[in-house]
Ligand binder design. Sequence first.
Ligand SMILES: C[S@@+](CC[C@H](N)C(=O)[O-])C[C@H]1O[C@@H](n2cnc3c(N)ncnc32)[C@H](O)[C@@H]1O
Length: 288
Amino acid sequence: MKAHPLEQPTLLRFGRLMADGNRGQAEAVLRQALVLEPNLPLVHVALTRLRWPGPGYRDWLAWLHQQLHPALYVEIGVEKGESLALAQAPTQAIGIDPAPMGDPLSRCTAPTRLYRQSSADFFRAPPVGCLLHRQGFNLAFVDGDHRFESVLDDFIRLEPWAAPGALIVLHDTLPLTELTASPTRQSGFYTGDGWKIVPCLRGLRPELRMVTLPVAPTGLTLVTGLDPTSTWLRDRRDDILATYAALAADKVIERPEFAARPLGANDYDWVRRWLTGSGEDAGAQSRS
Ligand SMILES: C[S@@+](CC[C@H](N)C(=O)[O-])C[C@H]1O[C@@H](n2cnc3c(N)ncnc32)[C@H](O)[C@@H]1O
């Protein structure tokens, strides 16, 4: 698709202002352009880097692999395989995507199986011989269909297969703008309304231990304390979807520190402490 004529001049002005150390004006230039034309994908990307500086989501996934050495990694939503390839042997990896791009496996160095099907089809009957049956997963990344309905379903489908101590990582949980965080895609840069999974899990599954990391492009949420026997979400799925359908992104965009509570830090030491249960939120598990 051809870039909008406003995009390049905006990015050039933005780059010059940033080089001069004028961050406030640089942000204003991006936001003004989005008022004139709401669909400028590269302007959205620049805004995400400005909003959440520091390591981005793939840096974090690589770090989590290094720290946790998961025996089995499951990824929903593979695309080109850039995040799937972050798994390192002896980790074994499973990727699930109905329409991956190119040859994702050519990037992977860990033993990896790619299942070219939707997560719904995969989890309806995980293939015989797929490692999930033997050991459950230790680390999972949810980055497939970004609608809340699908993210909720992916969480519900994954949890029964969690090995003890497993961690689920949810992508795009800090919305950038209302347009890009809506249930239906209306823009080139799009993260969907999957962010609603955070208030949903926090409200309905207070026993889960979770934290949202403010990382580019639009946040990562870590969830542990999984219970493979829980049917709480599954039993209430329709009510949950009805309840969260109307939830607007504006408050989360304005005050992520309240709305996506608890908000962690984009800092490896902070997350290392959180993972070992010695972080600042270690006691913050009560029903809200
Ligand atoms: C944002 S891309 C994934 C990017 C990748 N995780 C990375 O970081 O490099 C989203 C992918 O999800 C896939 N997808 C869409 N619906 C899906 C579903 N129901 N189950 C699994 N994957 C799905 C799309 O085909 C697309 O390749």
